[in-house]
Design a binder for this molecule. Sequence first.
Ligand code: HEM
Length: 415
Amino acid sequence: MGDTLGEIDLVNPDNYVERVPFEWFDHLREDHPVVWHPEPEPNGGFWAITRYDDLTAVHMDWETYSSELGAVGLEELDPEQLAIRRSMLETDPPRHTELRKICSKRFSARGVGKYEDWIRDVARGVLDQALAKGELDFVSEISRELPIRFLCSIFTVPQDDAPELIAWGDQMIANQDPDLSAAVVDKVDTEEYRLLPFRSPTALKVFAYADRQRDLRLEEPDDDVIQALTIAQSEGVLDEREFHNYFALLMIAGNETTRHTISHGMLALMERPDQLELLRDEPERIATATEEILRWATPVFHFRRTATRDTELHGQRIRAGDKVVTWYVSANHDPEVFPDPYSFDVTRTPNDHVTFGPGGPHFCLGAHLARLETKILFQELIPRLDSIELTGPVERIRSNFVNGVKRMPVRVTTR
Ligand code: HEM
């Protein structure tokens, strides 16, 4: 990997299976905050951005650092792939602003606040079933169940559809882990799926589901997110492909991310009984704790941009066309911003983490929803717990993109 990087390899998904290689990020942040990182063919390499301030500068300056040539993952896309797979994530203003506006009110604090009671009911139902088992895999019984069930409430689709939607979401995003997807991008030939999001054949099932939901809204209008997308398509704001990609984005973006936040949060609390005790004694702290859980979890390691012109960042010359990868997982542990960054402190304030992005046009549309879901889950879970402990190894997802927990066996006693 060259002299500067030494053994550091941020690309190989195997390097995230045991644990996040935090010492590599510490080293880069300290000594090489903007560094060229080579990549195996067919990709051409990228600038790795590891400091909080530099990452923020990149995200704020969308004219210099465009999303149009890709935003998610490291895969470099040709113009045909880009055109067909494009969602709002891979779009710059002003088109991005139009796309975002279709749903932005529904995802505002007020918009998602309306669903608070539903979300709480879903959380209670899932916890009732899961905790009654005593011994369970926390991921499959709790973290994995909740986000799509929450989304079913907001999309007003039947809860009975949840298992299928959860499986589709898993297959699409975890495309580097053979345990979760048959089409593992760096292991098998996925050429025939190159025009589908995440190169995943499952996208076709998601698109067909979106069509059925749209047709139902056309017969009988509803007041939900899918209705907003249906109207946008009827009015020509979205073409069919954009409708599909929008639907798939909403389904995927809020699925694994929220799941891993919940798992990492529970793991951190299990490993620090004093913090769990504090939240049990003073549940009013759970809102503040949610921010620390989000920082700690950083479920998305990075996003990416492409330079539109020659520019300079932290003394490095970045050329037009260069890929620029912003590592949230590193910025969230930047000691300049977070004192004692490797301590999990549920009372930490301020806590301006970049788990949803640092701001700028692409700041996570679902941030209010994800915060609400995480807060409600821990508000419902913590008072019920008498004891909770690990009964086996915690297994992580093989991915250089999602910081994911695959299995977390626990024994629980309830009050
Ligand atoms: C803990 C959970 C979540 C995390 C960590 C997360 C993280 C992110 C990040 C890092 C971005 C890109 C930010 C940037 O480029 O500056 C993003 C964008 C996005 N997220 Fe989330 N997200 C979460 C939950 C959700 C949920 C629940 C939804 C909706 C159902 C959602 C929908 C979106 C959408 C639509 C975008 C694209 C926004 C745009 O391009 O304008 N996310 N998210």
